[in-house]
Structures are given as C-alpha cells and as structure tokens.
Design a protein around this ligand. Structure first.
Ligand code: GLC
Length: 649
C-alpha cells in the first residue's frame, strides 16, 4: 500500500545525496521510487520487530543510493543496454565455463592472457571460482572467505581483477562471481572480533552458551559434510561457546536475524556489481535462514531475503542478474525463481541440478524414463528465468531427485540409487566409471558422487586398460552429455578441463588442506603443453575440444535455442532416447539423445505429433538431410549418439 511517510522519507534521502531527479539519474530515481514500497515490505517481514529496524532500514537505503552513485558510467550504460534487450541471459549466445583461477592459469594476470583460448572454444562467460581472501588449508576452495573485498594474494590483486574484467568487457564477455552469503571463514574480521568478545559482532553469528539448543537443532538438521565435518556446530574455546557451522567447522554461519548482517552483505553484493559482475552466484541460498525444528533449508524467510536482495539489485545495479545456487529437491529448486506475487522476481537463474543428475542416471542405466518423469517439475520454471545447464561442476553430483520419479519409471528408489552409486564408484560389474563416493552418511545411507566428466564416462579406465572400443564409447558419452546440456534451454556451463577430456587428478591426496575432500579429484590443474593436443586431430583432447566447439557454434547459430520456455518433450516411443522439440515461430528443432550402448529406433510417427507433418529434416550435428519415412519405418540413432533435426519442409 502507498505510504506517504515512506515516500517522503525516500525523497529526503534522494535530496540528501544530491540525486538529479530529472537529469542523469532519472532512471535510477524511477527504479528507486517504484521498488521502495516492496523493499520496505520485504525488510519489515524479516526485521519489522527488530529493535534496530529503523536504523537498519535507513542504512539500507543509504547503501542503495551510494552504491549506485559509485557505479561507473560504462556499467550504467551496460545496464541500459541489458534493459533494452529484456531478459538478456536467456540468449543462445552465452556459453560459460567455471574455473579456478590458479589451477587454470596460476593467477589473474595469467588468466587475462588466456582470453583467446575461450574465444577459440566459443566460451564468452566465465565463472571464476572464489577469488577473495580465504585462509590456505581451510578455504573450502575459496568458499570460506576471510575478506569479501580483497582478492587473495594467491590470485593477484584487486587491480589485477579489475584489469581482467575490463579486458573481458572489451571482448564482450560476461562475468560471474560468487557471494558466499551463508557464512564467513572464522578468520574473517567479524569472526575475529566476535571471538575477542565484541557483542556487536557476536550477534553476526549464531552463538550458544551450551549444547542445549544445538542439540535440538541437530535433531532436524541434515549434515552436509558428515565425514569431514560432522554435525552443524563447533566449540569455540576462547568463548566457551558453540557456534553454528553448517558446512565445515571453519565456516561460521551468518545470522540474518540481524539487519546489520544483511546490510553488510548487501553492501558486498553491490560492491561486486560495481566491479562489473554480470551474474552474481549466490552460494548456498537454501541455508541462510534457520529455525528450530526444521531442516534449516529452503525456509520461507530465506526466499524473503533473496527477494529483498533482488529488489535492491534492481534499484542500484539492474544489469546484474542473480543465480541462486540451490542444489535441493526438484520442487524446492523451482521456488528460487519466486512464487505467487514474486514469480520470476527472485533469482533469475538457477542450476538445473535435477536434469544434470538425471543425465548421469540415464547414462548409467541406458534408460531415460526417470529423466522424463522429472520434467513436469523442471518445466515449472517461469518464463523470463533460465537454467544453468551442466554435466557437472566443482561440487559432487547428488542423487537428490524425488523417489516418485524413480518409482514412475518402475524402479525401487533405494536399489536404484545403490546401483547408481556403485556404477559411478566403479564397483558395478560392467561399469568403467572411475568416480568416488563423497560425503557418505551411514546414518541416512546418503552419498554423492565425485569424478570428472571424462572419468565418470569411462575414459580413464578405458585408456588405462587399453580398450579402444571403450575409449570410443567414452568419447561419445562425453559429447552426448554435453550436447543435451547445450540444447535443452538455458546457459550451458562447462567445467574447466571437461572441454579437453581431463580425467581425475589425484594430486589432492598429497595436500593436507584438500585430502579430506575428494571433490578435488575433478578440479584439474591445466597443463598447457598437453592442451596443445587440441590441435592434433588424432588425440582425444582434440576430438572433445572440437566437438564441444561445434556444439557451441550450433547453439549460437539457432535462435530457437534461446530459452523462451519453448520446449516440449516428445512422447517416449523408445525408453533409451530422451527427445524434445524446441520451437520458435516457424522454426522447429527435434533434439534426440540416445543413452543406449546400441542403436535406438524411433518411429517416424513420433515426429508428427506437434502440429506439423514434416517431410524433411536437416541434422545440424551430422550435416545430413533425412526424408521422413512411413510410420512403420524408423529413424535410427547409433549408440550414444544424438541428432539435432531441424524441420526443413
Ligand atoms: C556451495 C559450494 C560448495 C561449498 C558450499 C559451502 O555449495 O558450491 O563448493 O562447499 O557452498 O560454501
């Protein structure tokens, strides 16, 4: 509801900051005015009863204005261009890669020199794994941040980062950085001050005098790293208190019941926006709100906080999109796009974690029925939002999709997951996968999977055991997995090394800061001499690199692959084949993926279901043209192959 007090308060602040209402700041003023009421409503939902509500709200609005004023002109111009383009991130022109700066190119300066490599591959969007200060040995790959605004000296300096960003901008590349919202390293200044007894900073974290409340929480909170960091609380001997540590013992959870914590983190978010971040990856948003008696994941107030962040970003730095890294149950993931009045107004982008895991499911079983059963949930994504599609990332692969999806396909969920874990750990007869189980929890029987794309697809063992046919199969599987992520709708995100079929790297076992975490096996260190093999067509590095490049180019050449929620799944005529149609105006593209280690047959009848009677197809992958046969004849997909069939006539 309109509030004249709020309006007057907002106008006063604009004046105080000498904002030019009708001049150069007019777009900002429009955004500020139009979102002010929602910002207040969301803020009050969380902090309405807090004793420092007024001070907190005042501080928040000041930040929005100040950080807008600090935004470079060139970024404001980019904001305008993105605004004109609409939901720019649904474009088929964007392909991403996630990488560790040091493992890829030693440091930020090294990375800047490698930009031509991305151009060669067709990648124009980089997710730099966390680059801000984080204590070596207790860093969780950079996700235990001790200073949110200082680049870790291992990677270089803030100047190096800015220089890299400018170079990327000159080449029209997009950038993603993380905001680690849920916790800080226990070496962060706030944690240090809290430890020294400062009550203001103690209120930044969840402290408890004894185990009473932690014990109650423990009854309902699942453990995230049960092997390396069991439980969700750690003892702080200096204070004789317990602190909440949902992830590792060295990552202290931030207390978002305190408005000053929210403001401090929002300030960091807008600082990243002003560095030139195009997509902000909000790390682990599912965890940011805690309540006794719950799992402390996906709670309604976590969504309120995200909506508040989204609104604030829309006001100060509208060109920065928000990715919510919610790797949770399928029906929960969808909620991060916003629900009810906030549909499509929370996170712009989310990881399609369910689809990712289900591609691994199909690859192990040769059966796509579980994948198909999940599509009802996955397709709930609102128009205007999009997915990050990936075969894997720096984290483990979780099998957290719903039991009903497995049951729909006719399997027993427990036996099915056991099969998948055994398959990827390489224990299942006939499996050449060389992964490992991660975070095994004997209490719940839960376990996730580590391993590089190539090793999970069987390349590592096939090479070790010198099995030429299996090497071929593994290469086909790698390309098949990448292909589906490229065409399903959303931003494809490669993980560095996968474009060259890097297999597992076991050197982490010799590093005391990493050996307890087998996710490091699939976070390779680039070997640039080896990478030259991409130019030698007889090598598998070249086969995978060139195939990945071709996939990216095909995707870029077809506007129908923009994510306009323009996907319809085909009736499953063959359980081994995942098939969907992408449509845009008169363009129709049938995308088919054969997960079977043998040819699969699809009746031509299947292509006549979508209001069209095609007579000819062009396959963008093979370059062949096919004439549609009679209903009793078949289109045949060879083992682990796929087809990208555009209707010609
Ligand atoms: C996210 C990151 C993961 C990290 C965790 C804690 O899930 O992707 O690598 O361990 O958050 O920050």
């Amino acid at each position: 509801m309109y509030s004249s007090d709020l309006h007057a308060f907002g106008e006063k602040l604009l004046k105080e900051h000498q904002i030019e209402i009708k001049g150069k700041d007019s777009s900002f003023v429009e955004r500020f005015r139009s979102h002010l009421l929602t910002i207040e409503t969301l803020f009050n939902e969380i902090y309405g009863d807090h004793p420092h509500r007024n001070k907190g709200f005042d501080q928040l609005l000041h930040s929005l204005i100040t950080l807008y004023q600090q935004r470079e002109k060139s970024l404001i111009q980019k904001d305008n261009e993105k605004h004109k383009a609409g939901n720019w991130f649904v474009s088929n022109q964007i392909t991403g890669m996630s990488l560790y700066v040091d493992r890829f190119a030693e440091n930020l300066q090294g990375l800047a020199k490698k930009l031509p490599y991305f151009n060669e591959l067709g990648v124009n969007f980089l997710h730099l794994m966390p680059v801000f200060e984080s204590p070596a040995g207790e860093s969780d790959g950079g996700y235990a941040v001790s200073n949110f605004k200082k680049v870790d000296s291992r990677f270089g300096s803030n100047e190096d980062l800015k220089h890299l960003i400018h170079q990327m901008q000159d080449q029209n590349m997009y950038l993603m950085l993380d905001i680690v919202l849920n916790h800080t390293s226990y070496h962060h200044e706030w944690a240090q001050k809290a430890k020294a007894g400062d009550p203001y900073y103690q209120d930044f974290f969840y402290f408890f005098d004894n185990r009473d409340i932690p014990n109650q929480y423990d009854q309902t909170m699942p453990e995230i790293f049960p092997e390396s960091s069991p439980g969700s609380f750690s003892y702080v001997s200096e204070l004789n208190k317990w602190v909440m540590t949902v992830f590792h013992h060295y990552q202290w959870d931030l207390n978002y019941r305190n408005p000053f914590v929210f403001n401090a983190m929002l300030d960091t978010i807008l600082y990243y926006a002003n560095l030139g971040v195009d997509i902000l990856r909000i790390d682990a948003p599912a965890f940011i709100w805690k309540e006794l008696g719950t799992t402390c994941q996906n709670l309604p107030k976590a969504h309120t906080l995200l909506r508040l962040i989204k609104k604030c970003v829309q006001v100060s730095s509208p060109g920065m999109a928000i990715l919510g890294e919610a790797i949770v149950a399928p029906a929960e993931i969808i909620k991060y796009f916003g629900t009810h009045d906030f549909t499509a107004q929370e996170c712009d982008i989310a990881y399609s974690a369910t689809q990712m895991a289900l591609q691994w499911d199909a690859l192990a079983t040769g059966d796509t029925r579980v994948m198909l059963a999940a599509q009802h949930d996955i397709l709930q994504k609102p128009f205007g939002c999009t997915w990050i599609n990936y075969t894997r990332c720096h984290d483990d692969i979780g099998l957290g999709y719903d039991d009903y999806m497995i049951e729909t396909a006719g399997f027993n969920p427990f036996q099915h997951r056991t099969y998948l874990k055994n398959y990827y750990a390489g224990w299942q007869e006939g499996s050449l996968a060389a992964g490992a189980l991660f975070s095994v929890n004997p209490k719940t029987n839960d376990a996730r999977i580590s391993g590089s794309l190539a090793s999970l697809c069987g390349l590592q063992k096939a090479v070790e055991w010198n099995l030429p046919q299996e090497i071929e199969n593994a290469l086909q599987k790698i390309i098949l997995m990448q292909a589906q992520t490229m065409f399903i709708g959303g931003i494809p995100m490669l993980f560095n090394g996968d474009e060259l079929a890097y297999t597992n790297d076991y050197s982490y076992l010799e590093d005391s800061g990493k050996c307890y975490d087998n996710r490091w096996m699939h976070r390779p260190i680039m070997n640039w001499e080896r990478n030259e093999k991409r130019n030698d067509s007889t090598t598998f590095e070249s086969k995978i690199f060139q195939a990945t490049r071709k996939l990216i180019n095909i995707r870029k050449s077809l506007p129908v692959l923009m994510d306009y929620k323009n996907i319809t799944w085909m009736t499953p005529h063959n359980i081994h084949v995942a098939g969907f149609v992408r449509s845009l105006e008169h363009q129709k593209l049938f995308c088919l993926f054969n997960y079977k280690n043998a040819g699969s047959y699809i009746t031509w009848h299947a292509f006549k279901e979508h209001g069209i009677l095609p007579s000819q197809f062009f396959d963008h992958w093979t370059g062949e043209t096919y004439t549609v046969g009679n209903d009793h004849e078949y289109f045949i997909l060879p083992s682990y192959s796929f087809a990208i069939l555009e209707v010609v006539v």
